[in-house]
Design a protein around this ligand. Structure first.
Ligand code: NAI
Ligand code: MG
Length: 340
């Protein structure tokens, strides 16, 4: 297996170094190519996603990505490398699972997946200024192909889960054209999955329900920006950003990344929670299990790491985001001790 590793900025490097240690212990035969991207790279080379990084990613089976620090103010020549990578590799499905990290008696457990369209919507990159810089326009792109494939992916996932429930989230009452198309194609596609129960929610109502009663959700499918926001809301129920992992899936390749960013407030202190990055390895093993002949090996690796993470979430050590005082290194040591 050829893996391209892109640590990025801030705690991206810290959690990816940690994940690399665990990965090479569990799968010594993995071939790793390390490549650079992000704000630091932009400042040094003038581009946030160098050609060499893009080609390393294209040549790998999969990519493990840390986080990058994208400035919120416009910077000439800077574009978010993760958004660019998702588009360049055509990783159209962003899969963001949330599972309750603690079982609390009397509280229904959460087990939901946000399936976010990853290549179009408001993140299609079609932005411009008009009227001498006094009007800003961002185009929202929804295509039949883009919608069909994301909803197929979501329906397939839902049909393999015990509850077989799909929630279609949109704002078609206001965004009549773009979400109108998304909604009608999604309903058309969902009809081809008779075992899946489909419900629809407007995005604002969906946000309230995900915050208040997340246990009612199974698989949620939506457009790019809505999925970005709703999955961050959902991840609170899974123990916060330090535990949220995601997979970006294409036809051939996949990219795995923690949902969190570069966390400048804690970068360099050695206290970043590495469990979101380790959760990415679980998703990587599961993805490999699906596409490989050596299915059993990868299933066992996923199972073993998932169990080590679960034990660590019960017994510690805990990094400060989970109320403890442990370092990234302490957590990794505990995980290594609990593997196999
Ligand atoms: P962030 O996710 O970096 O941090 C939000 C809060 O969560 C911070 O208080 C941080 O300390 C905490 N946190 C995040 N991950 C953690 C971890 N593993 N362990 C412990 N605490 C953790 O989001 P923020 O602050 O909005 O953005 C910071 C920078 O990251 C920005 O430049 C932004 O553009 C970038 N970013 C990059 C993403 C990516 O590369 N995919 C995603 C989100 C933000
Ligand atoms: Mg986000």
């Amino acid at each position: 297996m050829k893996l391209c590793v892109i640590p990025g900025d801030g705690i991206g490097g810290e959690v990816i170094t940690a994940a690399r240690t665990v990965l090479t212990t569990m799968l010594p035969e993995v071939t790793i190519t390390e490549a650079e991207a992000g704000w630091h790279t932009f400042q040094q080379t003038g581009t946030a996603l160098p050609e060499a990084t893009l080609s390393a990613a294209q040549q790998a089976d999969a990519v493990l990505f840390g986080a990058v620090a994208s400035p919120s103010h416009p910077v000439d020549g800077y574009r978010s490398p993760i958004v660019a990578l998702r588009r360049a590799l055509d990783l159209y499905a962003n899969i963001r699972p949330t599972v309750s990290y603690k079982v609390v008696p009397g509280v229904p457990p959460v087990d939901l997946i946000v399936v976010r369209e990853n290549t179009e919507g408001l993140y299609a990159g079609r932005e411009r200024l008009e009227d001498n810089g006094n009007t800003a326009i961002t185009e929202r792109v929804v295509t039949r192909r883009g919608t069909e494939r994301i909803v197929q992916q979501a329906c397939t996932l839902a049909s393999q889960r015990p509850r077989r429930k799909l929630t279609l989230v949109h704002k078609a009452n206001v965004l009549r054209v773009s979400d109108g198309l998304f909604r009608s194609i999604a309903l058309e596609v969902a009809q081809q999955y008779p075992t899946v129960t489909v419900e629809e929610l407007l995005v604002d109502t969906a946000a309230m329900h995900i915050a208040r009663s997340p246990e009612r959700f199974d698989v949620v499918v939506t457009t790019n920006l809505f999925g970005d926001i709703l999955s961050d809301v959902a991840c609170i129920h899974g123990g916060g950003l330090g535990l949220a992992s995601s997979a970006n899936l294409g036809e051939q390749q996949a990219l795995f990344e923690p949902v969190h960013g570069a966390a400048p407030d804690i970068a360099g202190q050695g206290i970043a929670n590495p469990l979101a990055a380790l959760g990415c390895l679980v998703l990587l093993f599961e993805w490999l299990a699906h596409r490989h002949t050596d299915t059993l090996t990868y299933h066992l690796l996923a199972q073993s790491l998932r169990a080590a993470i679960a034990t660590t979430l019960r017994e510690g050590p805990f990094t400060p985001d989970l109320g403890g005082t442990a370092t990234t290194h302490d957590v990794i040591q505990a995980i290594l001790d609990r593997l196999f």
